[in-house]
Design a protein around this ligand. Sequence first.
Ligand code: FAD
Length: 500
Amino acid sequence: MASGKTNSNVAETTRTCVIGAGIGGLSLALRLQAAGVPTVLIEAREAPGGLIRSWQRDGFTFEAGPAAISDPAPLRELWSLTGEDLADAVQLIELEHDWRCSWPDGTQIDLPADPARLARIAPDDLPGYDDFVSWCESARIDGWERLARQPQGSALALIDALRPLLRHQGWRSPAGLAAQLVKQPHLRQALAFPVLLGGASPLTTSALNLIGQIPPAPGRGWWPQGGMNRLIAAMTRRFDRLGGTLRLHDPVVRLDSVGNRITEVECASGWRAPVTQVASNADVVHTYRDLLGTSQRGAEMGRKLANRQFSPSAFTVHFALEGSWPGIPHRSVLFGPRFEGFIEDVFTHGVLPQDLMIFLAHPSLSDPSLAPSGKSVFSATVLVANLGKLPLDWDAIGKLLEQRILAEIGRRLVPDIADRLIARFHTSPRDMALDFNAWLGAGWSLAATPGQSGPLRPHARDGKIANLYLVGAGTHPGAGLAAVMAGAKATADLMLEEHR
Ligand SMILES: Cc1cc2nc3c(=O)[nH]c(=O)nc-3n(C[C@H](O)[C@H](O)[C@H](O)COP(=O)(O)OP(=O)(O)OC[C@H]3O[C@@H](n4cnc5c(N)ncnc54)[C@H](O)[C@@H]3O)c2cc1C
């Protein structure tokens, strides 16, 4: 554990504290420290990164969380603020495709789509596909980025947020937008699914949420050499070099307040520090209910937030195979026979679907450093309902689902998978809840429903506790790397205003 800067269990000098070192907390702490605000970043777990975590086993690096970076621009901007170039800290590998989409009937669509290949599958849809790409580009520049950067909290900000929504018809869902532009059923699914990576339903969320998941044209996505864990390590190193203090493996257990201000933060080890500003990157229900539960505001907000709709969770099988698999791209989606029905099962009905939609990551294809020579590393993720909707005994069901997923990959891609498996393990919604204090084990915090999106999510600054700020997936503008990093900028702007 990194310790505070004093020998005593009570730090005298701490003024600004960030709770949680997920990508949101790290981005915020870096921004504050780079602006000259001495910042203490406190993380419950033994390593920073939050959902972006990795395991080193027998020469393999198994990675959890996003399998690619859609747009490195926010990272470059963050690095430039700290006086360094991102390229000096992390080498980004451009992927050959963003996604390969495949279906049990043998249809295959690579994204971004090659016009000649698309013409064979969906000859009438080339103009519609081009319109989709153009819509994404104009919405990115004009809509989503502006919305994401908006420090919110005022009626003016809310009205401003409606402008891009109107201009780009943001009330349409991704599935609705795709259905308007193209006819071929598989292509419709391929254009709509990416919001699932942000924990949102393609049937109900705003199509503007696609922008956080689709790389700017030509749209191939990026992978940090050595894994996402290298990116986190580089961010942590940069924070340290700028003079920030990181406390690891020491969960915050209490935030004391007097009147409408938090005065002190207390960790499980007994370490305490006076604070003038606190930002929480921890789950929003955990922040209010558990950390601020003794205050009236904490108890009230904890109750209110716990009753809102939460995103699904995720079940991931990490596995290593004997052999090299050049035919399996860095990221693919193995769609099942159903699309709408599958999504409704997970998001609405809260049942474990009979069929599977698998997000398969094969990072050792683009980055051989992740596996010993002649071997490969994969992760296969399926969305499952959160623990509130589907309170399964994951200890019992996990092994069975792991087998079902591996069997499906065997049927579709690796016929002799059973003979080639070198290692395998899984993580379930239960791990999400226990490891990260995630309410109901939700993988993306509050669901991105129309009534809980953008400015309608909890704001970057609490409405009543004057020095409490929020950052991360549960707050404005939402979950996913791009959104969380944009939110960190909005939160940092508000916090820095107090210092001016
Ligand atoms: C399976 C999966 C796949 C995904 N794929 C993609 C993708 O392809 N593209 C994309 O854009 N997004 C993806 N996401 C979403 C993205 O990973 C998250 O939205 C993002 O990482 C959330 O970051 P965060 O900082 O908000 O929260 P977290 O990563 O959850 O970090 C919160 C941190 O707070 C810490 N904490 C909690 N309680 C305390 C406490 N009491 N004291 C101190 N610390 C505490 C936790 O330990 C954790 O480190 C995926 C998510 C999942 C689950």
